[in-house]
Write a protein that binds this ligand. Sequence first.
Ligand code: HEM
Length: 307
Amino acid sequence: MVMFTCRFLPSPLKRRIKEISRDIRASLSDMIEKREKALKGGEAPKDNLLDTLLESNRKEIEEHGKNKKVGMTIEDVMDECKLFYVAGQETTASLLVWTMIVLSMYPDWQARAREEVLKVYSNRKPDFDGLHHLKIVSFYHGTLFFNTFTYNYMFSIFSQQTTMIFYEVLRLYPPIVVFHRQVHKDVKLGNLSLPAGVKIALPLVMVHNDCKLWGDDAKEFKPERFSAGLLKATNGKASFFPFGGGPRICLGQNFTLLEAKVTLSMILQRFSVELSPTYVHAPCSVISLQPQYGAHVILRKVENKKY
Ligand code: HEM
């Protein structure tokens, strides 16, 4: 994979990428070895992704001992760890950065979100139960996606709470702006006939900003469009998919919204945020969507008697 994607890069850069890839592999392999030894030695699994993977793998192999095809290899475990890190870290950071920028641009929404956070948590550390009471930051919704399979899948594993502000940020500034797919067999899609093997790109950022789908105010930040739920906001159309869709939909979407809600709550409890005069609005996609010249925002401690 590294070889393929690096084909057109200058040699020193290719060498550096290979070095980094080797270092990551070595460090992961070392961690896995240590945890495997500890688990085999009877230590209780820790509550983290690596131990969960190793433990479930061990049980699977124990149950189907003679079948060599069962269970993950160390390479598989390493790939899963890398995938979760890459898929989860950059994207969540992008969501939070754009949220901070947008709340600096819309102080009224910032004030509404802070008021709600302080009402629910006061100066306490945000906990899971309180997240369900965040109406501006979150709301109850029926979810919508492309097909019954995905709908059921989403419905069954994700809580019904999501985020008005975060959804509007994800609509206007989706961390991943385009998906790629390869057609496996000849298929007719509307007026298009796609032969097997063709690669297609779906620029979701354009769909998210399309006036025909979202109305004349499509380019404006209006979290209230999600106030009655996703189904209502999209009018039943597949016009909002920051986490992809179908069987390969993002595994971390519920987790990321939870993580982002806790982080935003903690920031709003303590700080107000405003745009610096040096901020230049220039979204650009470098793996994830980023503010090209940085997120120049000014944080001020909130005048809150509780602090
Ligand atoms: C704002 C945050 C996030 C966004 C916008 C996002 C978006 C996406 C997108 C667009 C996909 C591809 C879906 C497709 O091809 O249809 C994806 C896949 C994935 N995401 Fe996320 N993601 C986010 C956070 C996370 C987090 C926090 C984790 C893990 C903790 C995570 C784990 C994954 C995994 C494992 C996949 C691959 C699923 C598969 O191929 O079966 N993501 N994500």
